[in-house]
Write a protein that binds this ligand. Sequence first.
Ligand code: SF4
Length: 148
Amino acid sequence: MPIDPNFPQNHKVKEKFKDPSSESYYLVWGPGRLAEAASDPKVMADYKATGEEIKPMGIHGTYVAVDWDSCIADGICLLSCPVKVFEWYKNPGETGRNDRKDFTDKANPVQEANCIWCMACVEVCPTKAIKVDQANQEIHEKEIANIP
Ligand code: SF4
């Protein structure tokens, strides 16, 4: 089940974060659903090892949007991005393919403002968890304009 091709339709912002290194905001969209991550053997094994429960996590980022319920921490998007848009959620600042903490980790598009729209990440993602759409930049700007 790849990322919803109609995203952000039918999604709502549930969290807003400010990246400390770039000072730029990124958004998390819900509601989320159980998808590839909930049935991938490596992801399931690491959830079991850490004692964490697999729950819907939603879509992180808006114009570089990663569906964390589909992300299986493969890391090929981190390797293929020429401008280092992604870092590991559980290893902040780490951008190497194999720098994930474990397979419960996620590709976090914290530097989406740097995207050059090459679509490499979209093409290589094994679960098609990523949607890059320049048109969604305006939606992002509108959402962060409401932050007090
Ligand atoms: S489209 Fe290209 S520049 Fe943008 S996040 Fe994906 S790999 Fe990086």
